[in-house]
Design a protein around this ligand. Sequence first.
Ligand code: GLN
Length: 209
Amino acid sequence: MKTSLLVIGHFNVITMTTIGVLALQGDFREHREVLERLEVSVPEVRLPRDLTGLDGLILPGGESTTIVRLLGTSGLLDPLRSLAREGFPIWGTCAGMILLAKRLDASGIPALEAMDIAVRRNAFGRQVDSFEADLSIPILGDPPFHAVFIRAPIIEQVGPGVEVLARLADGTPVAARQGRLFATAFHPELTADLRLHRFFLQIASHTGC
Ligand code: GLN
C-alpha cells in the first residue's frame, strides 16, 4: 500500500493511509471528518494534481449532474476514468454511486462508467425521497447498519462481477462491490457508525484487485 510517512525524531515512523475525497460539491466534509477520526489523512481533491499519492478516493453524495459538470471543467473526469479502469479503490456514496455506474436511467449523465451496475436516480419518488432503514449487511455482521437515504438512487441490475452487499427489505440492492470499486446508495458519513469507512480502508489496503 502507498502511505504517507511521518518521520518523527530519528527512529519513530508513523505510516498514515491517505484517502482523497472529491470536493467539488456535496457532503465531502462529513466523509473527511469520519476518516480523520480513523486517523486517515484526507486531502480534498479538486484538480488532477490532487490525485497524487492517494491510497483510495471517495466520491461523496450531492447532486450528480452538478458533480459531473464540475468533473469536466476541473479536468478530473479523464484521470478518474483511467484510475477506475485500472482498479484503483473508489467508494461512491449516493451521487457518488451514480458517478461510478456503467448504466443510468435517462435522467443521469454518464461519468466514470466503471462499475457494472445499472442505477436509477431519485428512485424513491417525492413522498419518500428521504428515509432511514436498518440494513442487515453480512460483511459487517451485527448490529444492523442504520442507513440514511436522501433522494437516493437504487441499483436496478448488477453484472456478473458485482457482489451485492446490502438490500432493502424488499430485496432492492443498495450496496455493492466490484473488485476495489464500492458503492452505497445511502450516506454512512452521516451516522456515527464507522464500520463501512473501515471496510473501505480494508479495500484500499489490499494490493491488487
Ligand atoms: N439525487 C441526487 C442525484 O441524483 C443524489 C442524492 C444524494 O447524493 N444524496 O444526484
